[in-house]
Design a protein around this ligand. Structure first.
Ligand code: ZN
Length: 292
């Protein structure tokens, strides 16, 4: 089944809604980085939120979400753009933690509670937009809710879930974001609060075969208008050519030093886990380009 991301509005444009099934995307992140279950859940939840936040952007705009807590997985970093292309990593993918008191993956323990959630948006302006909030839960759904309320002044509800199999592969992943627009009245607001409180976990809904659209109907009922449907997918834009340009931009002196001291170079892309290796003769060729 393909991944799917939908966005729409409901209740006379009083709320806007996003929902995604990201099972394949999170599965690819898991395989590329060999993440253990609790790291898969932290990375997958962040990637799912970032995918939905990405499609709030337009054109060439893009964003980076960085969750920097003091837990054992280190920081979680995810890039996403308006085309629902997503890439990401965690600093330490091989972390095992005992289940939490609810018998679930201890995402909060892996992320840590001391730290910040950062959102950096490249909107094509000279300076990027930067927002941040302290981590209040570490389970991430609540943290994104807090980010939208505090940093974007948009009351929101965020649900995120990743279900991992015993062999570490991803069984289900997905989430939703519901945002209150200025036109929503008090009755609508309390109706929404009740619907969010009664919402089953996203992974339970995905397990039952629910789709992003039907997940949204659990929240808002049938008065739902979808405006767009996309396939969120993993995409890293690194390439040999880009790495070569980076090496050349170091300058001739640095390159010559690299050749003399190391005789080779390896450049690793954190986002997709690819390594680009250059031997001495390839570096010599880059040096000639740097000198020309
Ligand atoms: Zn890459």
């Amino acid at each position: 089944m393909k991944d799917q991301l939908v966005r729409g509005t409901a209740w006379n444009d009083g709320i806007r809604v996003f929902a995604a099934r990201t099972t394949n995307l999170v599965g690819e992140l898991q395989r590329r980085h060999d993440t253990y279950p609790v790291a898969t859940a932290a990375l997958g939840r962040t990637a799912t939120a970032a995918a939905m936040m990405g499609v709030m952007l337009k054109g060439q705009e893009k964003l980076t979400v960085q969750v920097k807590g003091d837990g054992p997985i280190g920081q979680v970093v995810v890039d996403a753009n308006a085309s629902a292309e997503v890439r990401g990593y965690v600093d330490f993918p091989h972390v095992h933690l005992a289940s939490n008191a609810q018998g679930k993956l201890d995402v909060a323990g892996a992320v840590g509670r001391n730290g910040y959630l950062y959102v950096i948006k490249d909107l094509g302006l000279r300076e990027p937009y930067k927002g941040s909030v302290p981590i209040i839960s570490g389970e991430l759904g609540e943290d994104f809710t807090y980010y939208f309320a505090l940093s974007e002044q948009t009351p929101s509800a965020v649900g995120l879930g990743v279900l991992v199999d015993t062999d570490h592969s991803v069984l289900h992943a997905g989430g939703f974001i519901v945002q209150v627009m200025p036109g929503l009245d008090d009755a609508g607001l309390s109706r929404l609060e009740n619907a969010v409180a009664a919402m089953p976990p996203v992974t339970a809904l995905l397990q039952q075969g629910e789709t992003p659209e039907s997940i949204l109907k659990f929240l808002v009922g049938d008065d739902l208008t979808l405006h767009d449907e996309m396939e969120p997918r993993f995409q890293c834009h690194c390439s040999v050519e880009r790495v070569e340009r980076t090496l050349i931009s170091m300058g001739a002196n640095e390159l010559r030093q690299l050749i003399d001291e190391d005789g080779q170079a390896e450049v690793h892309c954190h986002f997709c886990n690819e390594t680009y290796a250059f031997d001495a003769s390839q570096l010599e060729a880059l040096l000639r380009r740097a000198e020309s």
